[in-house]
Design a protein around this ligand. Structure first.
Ligand code: AMP
Ligand code: ZN
Length: 511
């Protein structure tokens, strides 16, 4: 029955969200009517973030905006991991104190987030500001018999005391056991037991605790911060898919073992990886594009569009294609916006606002697009489906404008008003794109294209030029002028050409 169809506080369709725990799309059911609690695992602030990290951050921003759009009162918590091994190592490298380093990169990340047009969360939490909560949680876990203290003061979570361990990731304890190399570190009862509290090593930051000087293990922080600000149960918990195991598996174990309340999380949300040549972008692999470089070169709008136009769970392989698609889509979007805005400016001069037949049809299509976009978002934030409906409407708009008497009529003005409303309130409110002044946006996109063309033109060598350089290098090598032959090899490398010397001679290829 229609009257019974559940709807959000704003009478929009209730969304279904894919829950990693059940592997099913489930209609959103919140703990408190009209309210959503959302926790997102934020970055470890030891360096600049890369655009894969930014994809994760934008995913939680997307959920936040969407729940607000649906009329929920959202409490959104995002953390900064500001104490960890990488921070300590990097601080030593840069010759600064760890807290100084993490403060610096927290600021840099905030700058990237602002450039990417992200909204401020309700609470931004730092691990170092939650040490008492972390200690209290560990004490509860110990009291409930799900953790133990090893000789040196390290506190371990006891996997064997938590029978549902592995539920989120679908891993079975037996399989995990077999896969794990038994750690040499003594004190662990089960090699899978993980650290809740680590004893301090000389020269490292530490806090006083019932188990001596030390610092929290990585996983406990999110349990403590999430439960402090959202309570022992929350509606949505988000992170990148690399966090499913072990981070989120451990979070569930710690939280439920500490609070005695389950389930810790109603719906687990994980974004897919951003990859480059199908390899996960990560600092340890070195295949990264920093968010700062990317945002400076392409701006927040293109960045958001590129990272959000693909479904958040899908793998996003980053490259020229994804950039080009974002750029040309945005160009189409803003050209339509420019025309529509110009038309609506005529409104005052044309008080008779009745739609001609063709525009009447367009108004019906705009209504259909509105419904389609809402339905797409309601299906696990299907952003590409929503954008598809928008671009279908833009095509219809352009088609109508191209008809004789299609432009400058009262019907066209109504149509333009509708298109702008769909763009602004259906797409813009949720995805945070399409809201710039079109003149400026189009100019920026032209600038991006010019710079790209220039760079590509300047970089590409013709095959003849490459062969000539390869020959010159060979000659230099035969004359034992290795300085010159290396210089030529570097010149080629700078232009993207790699050379390989083999038994059959020298081969070259574009990287
Ligand atoms: P980290 O600083 O490594 O803890 O990462 C911060 C957030 O970025 C976490 O939610 C990660 O899951 C996420 N993340 C890291 N690398 C990628 C990637 N290549 N693609 C998508 N998300 C990522
Ligand atoms: Zn976390």
């Amino acid at each position: 029955h229609l009257m019974d169809a559940p709807s959000s506080p704003n009478s929009l369709p209730i969304p279904s969200i894919l829950n990693t725990m059940t592997r099913k799309r489930e209609p959103l059911r919140t703990l408190q009517p009209g309210k959503v609690s959302l926790y997102s695992c934020g970055p470890t602030v030891w360096n600049y973030i890369h655009i894969g990290n930014l994809r994760a951050a934008l995913t939680s921003d997307l959920f936040f905006r969407y729940f607000r759009k649906l009329g929920y009162d959202v409490t959104y918590v995002r953390n900064y991991t500001d104490v960890d091994d990488k921070i300590i190592q990097q601080a030593a490298k840069e010759g600064v104190a760890p807290d100084q380093l993490s403060r610096k990169y927290t600021q840099e990340v905030e700058r990237d987030y602002a450039l990417a047009g992200m909204l401020e969360p309700t609470h931004k939490t730092k691990v170092t500001e939650h040490i008492p909560e972390i200690i209290a949680l560990i004490e509860n876990i110990l009291k409930n018999g799900k953790a133990y203290v090893a000789k040196d003061g390290e506190v371990f979570f006891s996997i064997d005391a938590f029978p549902t361990y592995g539920k989120l990731s679908g891993k079975k304890l037996e399989d995990l056991d077999a896969g794990v190399r038994v750690e040499v570190r003594d004190g662990k009862k089960n090699p899978l037991d993980f650290s809740l509290w680590k004893p301090a090593k000389p020269g490292e930051p530490f806090w006083e605790s019932p188990w001596g000087k030390g610092r929290p293990g990585w996983h406990i922080e999110c349990s403590a911060m999430a439960m402090k600000w959202l309570g022992p149960k929350m509606d949505i918990h988000h992170g990148g898919e690399d966090l499913v195991f072990p981070h989120h598996e451990n979070e569930i174990a710690q939280s439920e073992a500490g609070s005695g309340v389950a389930p810790y999380v109603g719906c687990w949300v994980h974004n897919g990886f951003l990859t480059m040549n199908k390899e996960k972008m990560s600092k340890s692999l070195g295949n990264i594009v920093s968010a700062r470089d990317f945002l400076s070169e392409y701006g927040g709008e293109v960045t958001r569009y590129m990272l959000l136009s693909v479904h958040y769970r899908a793998l996003l392989d980053f490259g020229d294609d994804s950039l080009e698609t974002a750029l040309s889509s945005l160009q189409r979007l803003y050209e339509a916006k420019q025309k529509a805005q110009a038309l609506t400016k005529l409104r005052a001069a044309m008080p008779d606002q009745r739609a001609e037949a063709s525009w009447g049809q367009f108004l019906a299509e705009a209504e259909a697009a509105r419904r389609e976009i809402r339905a797409a978002f309601a299906q696990d934030l299907n952003t590409s489906g929503a954008l598809g409906a928008l671009f279908k409407l833009i095509r219809e708009f352009n088609r109508n404008l191209a008809e004789p008497h299609g432009s400058g009529t009262p019907g066209a003005i109504l149509g333009a008003t509708e298109l702008l409303s769909v763009l602004e309130s259906e797409i813009g409110d949720v995805m945070g794109v399409g809201r710039l002044a079109p003149e400026k946006a189009l100019q920026d996109f032209d600038g991006i294209r010019e710079r790209r063309a220039k760079r590509a033109g300047g970089e590409r060598l013709s095959a003849e030029e490459i062969e000539a350089l390869v020959k010159a290098r060979l000659a230099a090598r035969q004359a034992k002028d290795f300085k010159e032959s290396d210089r030529i090899r570097d010149e080629l490398a700078a232009k993207g050409v790699v050379i390989k010397d083999g038994p059959q001679g020298t081969h070259w290829e574009y990287r």
